[in-house]
Design a protein around this ligand. Structure first.
Ligand code: P53
Length: 476
């Protein structure tokens, strides 16, 4: 038993968190570039504070990030050394279409990813490509209001046509939108949505979500037309909600919280708006404007597999005092008294991964792909620059074990596993470099100082062994 023979072990990154080179190769400015580190980050990523360009008072960590734009050969070689079967990366939309609404793509941007994919293939690594990982060209934000406008569907469609044709034969696994449910929690970072005074925020978010869902179905359609070998997945920020107590109201709250996230995947995987979502929107006075043919598109072009990120389970309650403690988090969750937490307060729950996998598999009955999981922690290199990250090994080993239980004991069909931030990169939530996930240490700090030198951590050799034994040997 154990994992399938062709199990796709690997790691994951996102363009805006590792590439840097924000103005190189004809790249246009994107929403993800203008989110600063510091106290203004949350107001900006949630669409409350307007930041459409750089200013002198803030530091913008994505501008240079870890400069994978120039280091990618070295980085992919290190991934290959660990035995990666796959590497999940994202395409920066504004490298391919700097403004977003041009008729013709930017050849330099296309060439950059072509080289990257070829570099992967050279090492026997299968690229797993996120078409958009939170990014949207700034021009589309300013001129159209990003995904609130229906026109974005057409621009995204152009992007898909171009990349599916150009990378045919090089890429076969695609994800349409990273953490599509993030549009509700971090609307500017997740979908370029900024709200003016008097805006009907809920209406705008759900209309924008509809546009993304239609765009995702169109992408799936084109991917299959261009190459029947293509496999398209949706991507959910997952993590089961537990009721804080057995009080039926708490149980009901946890169901409702789960549904808020499943809503997106219900549409992408089953092909229609679920009844509970239609009712909820009716109650909130949200009216989705659909165009003729939308429903048919959604129904006809559902995804081939379900991918998700998992860091933690979450807890739901109806207790107003407990609820107050959750403000300011991207995902509202009260503390689970049975779990330990990371230095950033993310609760550690390997069994929660097995629970989440089972929930999702029961619901959709399609192959799963875990495309993000890992521990964000402070790493302190010793005098030789070596990081002994036993805490990370422990976290990952427990999660791989839980994943194996889901496969072996519960019969879940799992295609692969890519750990988040296999090389240290900029945190999406906080903008810090200090919150590290990697097997590879990168010498750079929160203020942007450092040599960018890469070095292997202890977990590097551990993960190499895990891959070599197809997940049989998890010992440290
Ligand atoms: P960071 C919040 C909750 C769950 C997933 O997050 C999230 C976030 C955003 O903070 O995002 C995913 O970097 C996302 C990645 C991100 C990763 O989780 O805040 O897809 O871009 O880096 C980890 O520690």
């Amino acid at each position: 038993m154990g994992f399938r023979k062709d199990f796709l072990w690997g790691g994951a990154t996102a363009a805006n968190q590792c590439e840097g080179g924000y103005d190189k190769g004809g790249r246009g400015l994107a929403n993800v570039d203008v989110v600063p580190i510091g106290k203004d980050r949350f107001p900006v990523i949630s669409g409350q504070k307007k930041m459409f360009d750089f200013d002198d008072e803030h530091f913008y960590p994505a501008k240079e990030a870890i400069d994978m734009y120039t280091h990618y050969k070295e980085d992919i070689a290190l991934f290959a050394e660990m035995g990666f079967k796959t590497y999940r990366l994202s395409i920066a939309w504004s490298r391919i279409f700097p403004q977003g609404d041009e008729a013709e793509p930017n050849e330099e941007g296309l060439k950059f990813y072509e080289d990257m994919f070829k570099e992967c293939k050279k090492h026997g690594i299968e690229p797993l490509v996120t078409i958009t990982h939170f990014d949207c060209p700034m021009h589309l934000v300013e001129k159209y209001g990003a995904w609130r406008s229906r026109e974005l569907v057409g621009f995204y469609e152009n992007l898909c046509k171009v990349i599916f044709n150009r990378y045919k034969g090089l890429v076969k696994y695609w994800l349409t939108f990273n953490e599509i449910n993030m549009i509700l929690h971090a609307p500017f970072m997740g979908a370029g949505l900024y709200f003016e005074e008097g805006d009907d925020v809920e209406q705008i978010k759900f209309q924008a979500a509809h546009h993304e869902l239609v765009a995702s179905a169109i992408a799936t359609k084109i991917a299959h037309e261009v190459d029947p070998e293509n496999q398209v997945g949706c991507m959910l920020a997952a993590g089961a909600y537990y009721p804080y107590s057995p009080k039926p109201e708490d149980v009901w709250a946890s169901r409702s919280d789960d549904r808020e996230n499943y809503f997106f995947i219900d549409v992408q995987s089953r092909g229609e708006y679920p009844a509970y979502a239609l009712k909820e929107m009716e109650r909130k006075g949200i009216e989705i404007k659909m165009e003729e043919g939308d429903k048919e598109l959604l129904k006809a072009h559902t995804v081939d597999f379900i991918s998700f990120s998992y860091y933690s389970s979450r807890v739901s309650t109806t207790d107003p005092e407990l609820l107050e403690q959750t403000e300011g988090n991207i995902f509202a969750s009260v503390k689970n008294p049975y779990l330990e937490a990371s230095e950033w307060g993310w609760q550690i729950d390997p069994l929660g991964l097995r629970i989440t996998m089972n929930d999702i598999y029961d619901r959709y009955q399609k192959p799963l792909f875990i495309v993000e999981n890992g521990l964000g922690a402070v790493d302190t290199p010793d005098e030789n620059g070596y990081v002994e990250d036993d805490y990370r090994i422990e976290y990952l080993a427990a999660h791989v074990q839980a994943m194996r239980d889901a496969v072996d004991e519960d019969g879940v069909d799992l295609l692969g596993y890519t750990t988040w931030g296999c090389i240290d990169l900029v945190s999406a939530g906080t903008g810090e470099m200090k919150k590290r996930y990697g097997f590879i240490y990168v010498d750079r700090d929160n203020e942007g100082n450092g040599t960018l030198k890469r070095s292997k951590k202890k977990s590097f050799d551990w993960y190499k062994k895990v891959i070599a034994t197809n997940g049989e040997d998890l010992s440290n």
